[in-house]
Design a protein around this ligand. Sequence first.
Ligand SMILES: *Cc1c(COP(=O)(O)O)cnc(C)c1O
Length: 425
Amino acid sequence: MSPSPSPRPFVYADHRLTCSGVDLTALAEEFGTPLYVYSAEAIRERAGLLQAEFASIPHTLCYAVKANSSLAILKLLAGLGCGFDIVSGGELERVRRAEPSALRQVVFSGVGKQVWEIDAALQSEILLFNVESEAELEVLSQRASLSGKTARIALRVNPDVFAETHPYISTGMREHKFGIDIQRARHVYQHAARLPGIEPAGVSVHIGSQIRAVEPFAQSLQRVRCLVEELRSDGLSIRYVDGGGGFGIEYGFEAFDPAASVAAYAAAIRSVLQGLHVHLLLEPGRFLVAQAGALLTRVLYTKQNGAKHFVITDAAMNDLIRPALYQAHHEILPVLETSPQRPTVTVDVVGPVCESGDFFARDRALPELRSGDLAVLLDAGAYGFSLASHYNTRVHPAEVLIDQGQARLIRRRETLDDLFAPELL
Ligand SMILES: *Cc1c(COP(=O)(O)O)cnc(C)c1O
């Protein structure tokens, strides 16, 4: 059987796991563990796939900063022509520090924008505010008027479309907190058009995350298209359709062809928007960065409780919370591909944090891992580091970016002094 090409940059060479050609054992020795490792090439490749598929229509990829907000990753994406989807004033500041010229390509999403965040975004002359409520619209109008600015807005509409994904990351149905009911949107746009400092310029939608099927995207954009046509007949100049993010990946070892997946996704979107003459904005996060990254960890101990075997790693739920939070699956690979003399064992892979929810895998058949061995958790480039916490007074891991065969430290490991710095005795 010939293996299908890997959708990941983490592959074995001479039985040693590498990332874009760089040996992971060497990285662990140089930078320590736990360590987030990303491949710049893999991120470029994903961005290139999307850009190529949408090349025939005016579009901007506004990378969802929350997926992985490291400054070096943002700078890399800005260099590829990406804009950014932000959800806080902190993320706005990240874009400014990574690449100030990218502020003009920022869309600002989120249900709870605060006044200081709105003011900072107005001063930065971002591309578009994705407004999620009428109350927010009033505040935005007041702040824009005060500062003599005009805010281009899209209402984030809630299309009431069901998409198969984990309930915590599904957002496009009426019972969710996100967006404005699409039935009411036309009325709210009419109101918005009369508000000082507000310029309705687009319609926005985001139905959730890790959505593998193409139909929910097409269905929701079809509803958006109808709304755009109504709004234009009402005299509004709607130029932007923001299709949100959410395009999913394969976290297991099932065959996954990113190029074919993007082609299907793009074909569906292009077909729905055909002839509408809008500038398409997309907010991909996970699709761009998840598979470009992995969490490298060292086995501290192994132990057996009754029939259960545990592998205890130096990474924990505070470094990568997806398994605990979403019951997410991450494939685990030993860094040294062990020969047949290592048996396969069914184990729980767990971290040192004092919670039973601190696990990376349960009842997983893996080649036996021993104390001192290195392993990686794959597909940890999105919602990995960005969701890390200091729980159990553990420092954040370091991050390295591999580019052209070179490993570059993009975030040093925190020290305990970093951790205590804001505290007062
Ligand atoms: C989280 C989020 C995204 C990115 O979702 P992915 O699944 O990572 O592509 C895009 N837009 C909005 C509004 C989001 O909240």
